[in-house]
Design a protein around this ligand. Structure first.
Ligand code: SF4
Length: 415
């Protein structure tokens, strides 16, 4: 729902309004709230958001709700705040009480609106709210499991592959995913210091073999437009940098950030690509679709990156639904990752064979554009390794014997 489109003057609280969780709602400052759309059959998502806003943010100005800075400022970061939106399970409450020194809690009000009232097992809640399982580290799980620090010539830059680098420009995200590969570093500090940026940019400028810079973090779209403009200008001025890429989850957890001003800024730095972190079909809302439409409209090719997560998206029907919805919003499924060996993530991992079965259930049965590369990012820093179900049965001097998607034997003659 475009909140603004449905705003209306109201006289304050009424029977359905139970108060606000927003520290920026002093009470009486704002006299507006959302009303449901004027139509006979309102969209269920619109109604859900309307109810959520009526209960939890009755006095919030629609302009504030639709402002990404307000969403950032009002992120839920404590158990006490979260318990105003949902009854915490004992496991969640204890995990939150023992979170000190670990990946912090942060959920945008927008993303909360998608999970509130949906039960403790709701997939979006499971991805954002810690449970006791997160406090157990298995022997195979390592902090910095991809050994990014071992491939880091200067702070905040990972140079693992010959022609491209990963530039970690911030440690801040608008929402923290409990399975985050960089849970050892994100959420600890604010944005990387300018000096660190300068050292990374100098390194890129001094290495003519680098033709591709992936700007990530944390989430780069938590930077202001001014900061992004500076960063992109500096990188674009390096002659051998051919393409820029941004890795982000912001269009999913804070679609308000994708403003016309931002897209106008980004399109000045083409060729610029974007990888968006989607996990579940219920993340694809009208707002996120509109944000992606704005990005695509600015000529930015959009891809998705998805982590395979047990009981969240490892059901073939759920995954297929996600992939189909992504194509509908002009996002090309790019990578499906086996969950990295990050401390406290055992409960999220699903067998690799399960991922292969999902790919097998897709290949041949749906559009090729809908099928991501299933990869393992090799522990210790070996890089991404593609995984495919076995289709080749035999290669002989006469040719290649293969199974097609239906399991039928096919032969292609050799030369
Ligand atoms: S948005 Fe990305 S960097 Fe931030 S917590 Fe989630 S996975 Fe980690």
């Amino acid at each position: 729902m475009n909140f603004k489109a449905h705003e209306a003057a109201a006289t304050g609280t009424d029977g359905g309004l139970t108060g606000s969780s927003s520290p920026e709602e002093p009470g009486g400052k704002y006299a507006k709230r959302a009303l449901p759309p004027d139509c006979d059959a309102p969209d269920p998502d619109d109604l859900r958001l309307f109810r959520f806003l009526s209960i939890y943010y009755p006095l919030t100005d629609p302009a504030d709700w639709n402002d990404w800075r307000w969403q950032m400022r009002n992120g839920v970061t404590t158990a006490a705040q979260l318990s105003r939106f949902m009854e915490l399970t004992p496991s969640e409450a204890e995990a939150l009480a023992r979170l000190k020194g670990r990946l912090p809690l942060r959920i945008t009000p927008w993303y909360l609106s998608l999970m509130t009232g949906r039960g403790a097992g709701h997939p979006l809640r499971r991805m954002m709210v810690p449970t006791l399982e997160e406090l157990t580290t298995r022997p195979e799980e390592k902090s910095d499991s991809l050994n990014e620090e071992g491939s880091s010539p200067v702070s905040g830059l990972v140079h693992r592959y010959p022609d491209r680098v990963l530039f970690l420009v911030t440690q801040v995200c608008s929402a923290y995913c409990r399975y985050c590969t960089r849970s050892h570093s994100v959420g600890r500090l604010a944005h990387a210091p300018r000096l660190q940026w300068e050292q990374a940019i100098e390194y890129i400028a001094a290495h003519p073999g680098i033709r591709d810079v992936l700007i990530s973090g944390g989430d780069p779209l938590t930077l202001t437009d001014t900061q992004l403009e500076y960063l992109l200008s500096r990188l674009r001025s390096i002659p051998h940098v051919e393409i820029l890429r941004i890795g982000t989850k912001v269009p999913v957890v804070m679609p308000q950030r994708i403003t016309p001003e931002l897209t106008a800024l980004l399109e000045r730095f083409h060729p610029l690509w974007m990888s968006i972190h989607f996990s579940h079909p219920e993340e694809i809302t009208r707002e996120t679709a509109a944000a992606c439409a704005r990005l695509a409209g600015a000529g930015i090719p959009l891809g998705s990156q998805t982590v395979l997560l047990r009981d969240i998206n490892d059901d073939p029907q759920v995954m297929r639904s996600l992939l189909h919805k992504l194509l509908q919003i002009r996002v090309r499924p790019y990578y499906l990752y086996q969950c990295d060996l990050v401390p406290g993530t055992h409960h999220f991992r699903t067998p690799v064979s399960h991922g292969l079965e999902i790919i097998r259930s897709l290949r041949g049965f749906t559009s090729g554009y809908a099928i991501p590369h299933f990869v393992i990012d090799a522990p210790g820093g070996g890089g991404k390794i593609p995984l495919l179900p076995e289709y080749v049965r035999e290669i002989t001097p006469e040719g290649i014997v293969m199974n097609n998607y239906l399991g039928e034997t096919c032969f292609y003659p050799g030369f």
